[in-house]
Design a protein. Structure first.
Length: 105
């Protein structure tokens, strides 16, 4: 099994639930891991923007969009592309709050 220790608890549960439900090839397992990592990255970026605000100041005191906004967009796109390539039926995205029992009910 892949090392998923770097994933959040919720995303780890999501990954494990999918691995238990589906028999995936090695390539698809890697794609699922990439999707999980991208989901966590997007969540991290969203939290950074929530904490610091949408706009930040550069070294010249000019207001600009927080760099995490673009990183979140890229991570979301990667997550969606990875999930589309997996072509799994009825797989919800990871739940960021609440019980893990919601996975693949």
């Amino acid at each position: 099994m892949d090392d998923i220790s770097h994933l959040t608890i919720e995303t780890s549960c999501w990954y494990t639930a999918i691995m238990e439900r589906y028999q995936l090839s090695a390539e698809k397992k890697r794609t699922l891991l990439v999707a999980a990592e991208a989901f966590d990255r997007a969540k991290d970026c969203r939290e950074q923007v929530a904490a610091s605000g949408l706009m930040v100041f550069d070294r010249y005191s000019q207001s600009k969009v927080h760099p995490a906004v673009d990183a979140e967009k890229s991570a979301k796109s990667l997550y969606l592309a990875a999930m589309k390539s997996l072509d799994l039926d009825n797989v919800p995205e990871p739940v960021t709050k609440g019980p893990a029992s919601k996975y693949l009910a």
